[in-house]
Design a protein around this ligand. Structure first.
Ligand code: SF4
Ligand code: SF4
Length: 369
């Protein structure tokens, strides 16, 4: 099965703009064929950890939100809380982080809702049809309740998954905290004794009675169900996830979560291949992009759009001074993503997507001017 992936590059003429080009891309791509009349349309975006400047600008969200409104839909921008301890681990700080990075109702043209609620516990269980690793995905309620899902994806490198595109933004980004626990770990969280102040707030949210107290809190692994609630409840950032799942299994789980998230509702995906940083936008910093900016992609098929971005990225020259250039002593590496983050294998996304009946990402590239 070959899917269409629509593409426009970053070149602009006088009196044109990238925002106008993006709008034309949306018009040409078939997004308007989705019936949006009076429907809630979630625009899933990554607001960027504060300090990172590679995240996608709110201007792009506004192009999508305005498009949705022109079709009668009710758009909102959304992201779910993080598993790691940073500025996006609860809805209050997450919204503050988003505002600091320029996301607000004026700049995005829509309201902003944190998908899995105040402490990352508001989710919906969705079945994974044919799941090998996951039977029930835990997805942020606002995403699950939306009638339509549009993802706006910053395509870049990733230190665990190799690449981060549409599948990563759906499968990982729409998961609640306990969903992210399931994706990232094969086990349970642990307590950093030097940070714990024995306030016992974690125990109040633990339904398994798994937190025990001595000089500091600790977790009884026999009782812990790995829900991750205690991570969000600790005011002193003393509870952390182990991040111990094998990288290829993380990719497979992301695919399975993606399948569950988009099942039964219209979805569409827009990716920006620009500022291709070596790491995820969850980092509070971003290094020199490894390749030049390429353009915008749009498709109804999240596997195809990721494959198109990955393959076209591989064809680009290496940016001088980037981390990738340091790997080029013997010429440009065959695989820029593996060279940038050794031990990752981005191809495993596509292998598992095919196993899961989501297609192998074959695509026809349609250029829009
Ligand atoms: S909430 Fe945090 S600081 Fe308080 S007891 Fe639990 S781990 Fe320690
Ligand atoms: S992860 Fe969930 S079950 Fe385990 S200790 Fe924390 S709150 Fe309790």
């Amino acid at each position: 099965m070959t899917s269409k992936v629509f593409f426009t590059d970053m070149h602009t003429e006088l009196n044109d703009s990238l925002l106008s080009k993006m709008r034309r891309l949306l018009e040409a791509s078939g997004l308007g064929d989705i019936d949006m009349e009076k429907k809630f349309v979630a625009i899933k975006v990554h607001f960027g950890e504060y300090g990172n400047l590679a995240f996608l600008r709110p201007n792009y969200v506004k192009v999508i939100a305005d498009f949705v409104k022109s079709k009668g839909g009710i758009p909102f921008a959304t992201d779910c809380n993080t598993l790691y301890v940073g500025m996006r681990k609860n809805a209050v700080e997450h919204l503050e982080n988003a505002a600091l990075n320029g996301f607000n109702p004026t700049t995005t043209g829509c309201q902003i809702i944190i998908g899995d609620g105040l402490k990352g516990t508001d989710d919906v269980e969705l079945p994974v049809e044919g799941g090998q690793y996951v039977k029930i995905a835990k997805i942020g309620r606002a995403v699950a309740d939306a009638d339509i899902l549009i993802t706006l994806n910053h395509f870049k490198c990733h230190e665990i998954t190799g690449i981060g595109g549409a599948l990563k933004n759906i499968g990982m980004g729409c998961a609640s905290r306990r969903g992210k626990m399931e994706l990232h770990t094969s086990g349970k969280p642990s307590v950093l004794g030097d940070k714990c102040r024995n306030c016992k707030k974690c125990a109040k949210v633990c339904a398994q009675d798994a937190i025990v107290f001595g000089k500091t809190a600790s977790i009884d692994f026999d009782k812990c169900a790995g829900c991750g609630r205690c991570i969000g409840a600790c005011p002193f950032d003393a509870i952390i996830s182990q991040y111990d799942e094998k990288m290829e299994v993380v990719n497979a789980k992301i695919v399975e979560y993606s399948k569950a998230t988009i099942a039964g509702k219209p979805s569409f995906h827009i990716s920006v291949l620009a500022d291709v940083s070596p790491y995820c936008d969850c980092h509070a910093e971003n290094d020199v992009p490894i390749i030049p900016d390429v353009g915008f992609f749009a498709s109804a098929d999240p596997v195809a759009i990721d494959r198109a971005c990955a393959e076209i990225a591989q064809q680009q020259p290496v940016v001088h001074g980037s981390r990738l250039e340091k790997c080029c002593e013997h010429g440009k590496p065959d695989d820029i993503f593996a060279a940038t983050n050794p031990n990752t294998r981005w191809q495993s996304h596509f292998e598992h997507a095919e196993r899961m009946g989501m297609g192998d990402g074959s695509y026809e590239l349609v250029t829009v001017r």
